[in-house]
Design a protein around this ligand. Structure first.
Ligand SMILES: [Zn+2]
Length: 327
């Protein structure tokens, strides 16, 4: 939960600033909360497309409903959260991926999670004072991922605009990763094996969805190729291992982008612009390649990919094929 501490700090700061300008017609804290959800949806949507575009080739897969859930308890200011969003239950849908399984099942933003598989979600007594925490929603996310992993349709109970309804969700398997926006101005991104994290500063920096897809595809590649356990298992020469995983993530990223309908050339234009502008940031450490080397590597990989025939617009990424064969 350490990562969320930064989010709380940032949102609390926005809250303090907003109290000072309460006269403004549009509450800036409400606007900041809504902007965060809009960014989360943008990231979730790009992540979903990347994960479903290469679903057939991934060894690591899960069933993603294509929703952004939020817990009113995760916001520093409960009153503002309730003004900014509809919460039909303390944990509700913040936003839905267009065309995703949850959206197609008829769910809408504001619909509140009441239970699953006949069990009522345990919300517990409300604390006397509001303490922001993500424990509850993290626990639920894990529980639902486990239920969905059994491969059968799961009956979710939701409070909707038209009353309490049972919604049967049976999402297709896609490449396994979750995605979340880390509220920080620093341009940064990361992957912990299960989730891809992109800072709001980096979301604001990219020119378009293709560029954001380049960043997300690189981080997603780390998760799909199990780089985290490989780095952890390395007894010596960690720097070399990390450098190798960085090169793999770059190479796989352009295949993931193309399979999802994003322009792989955006990976080159993004890293070029980013490298020239900063020369620092995510890729400054000695474990990472210089941006000129990365761009040359991406060029080579895009050319190699373009020389192979596509089936229904998709190509099997060699790194994912090798990863499947590893078992
Ligand atoms: Zn990386």
């Amino acid at each position: 939960m350490k990562l969320l501490a930064a989010l709380f700090a940032a949102l609390a700061l926005i809250g303090a600033l907003a109290t000072a300008q309460k006269a403004a017609s549009e509450d800036p804290v409400v606007a900041a909360y809504r902007d965060l959800v809009a960014k989360d949806l943008r990231l979730a949507t790009i992540g979903y497309h990347l994960a479903s575009g290469s679903a057939a080739y991934c060894r690591n897969r899960w069933r993603n409903p294509g929703w952004v859930l939020h817990d009113e308890r995760q916001y520093p200011d409960l009153g503002v959260a309730r003004r900014a969003f509809t919460f039909r239950q303390p944990v509700s849908i913040a936003a839905l991926v267009e065309g995703g399984p949850a959206k197609r099942a008829g769910l809408a933003a504001g619909d509140g999670l009441f239970g699953a598989d006949g069990n009522v979600v345990w919300y517990g007594p409300a604390p006397k004072t509001h303490q922001p925490s993500s424990d509850r929603i993290d626990g639920l996310r894990e529980e639902f991922a486990t239920r969905l992993s059994e491969g059968r349709p799961v009956a979710f109970k939701f409070d909707t605009a038209t009353g309490r309804r049972d919604i049967l969700l049976d999402p297709p398997e896609v490449c396994a990763s979750d995605f979340w926006v880390d509220v920080r101005a620093k341009r940064d991104a990361g992957a912990d094996g299960e989730r891809v994290r992109v800072t709001s500063g980096l979301v604001d920096y990219v020119l378009d969805d293709d560029e954001l897809a380049a960043v997300v595809a690189h981080e997603l590649a780390h998760n799909l190729l199990d780089h985290r356990p490989r780095i952890n298992a390395a007894k010596s020469g960690k720097t070399k291992v990390i450098k190798a995983t960085e090169a793999e993530a770059d190479r796989l990223s352009v295949w993931l982008m193309a399979n999802a309908g994003y322009d792989p050339e955006a990976a080159i234009s993004f890293w070029q612009r980013y490298g020239k502008a900063t020369g620092l940031g995510i890729f400054s450490a000695p474990t990472h390649y210089r941006w000129q080397t990365r761009v040359a590597m991406l060029r080579e990989e895009i050319d190699r990919m373009a020389s192979l025939p596509a089936v229904n617009g998709r190509r099997e990424p060699p790194l994912l094929a090798a990863h499947r064969a590893e078992q």
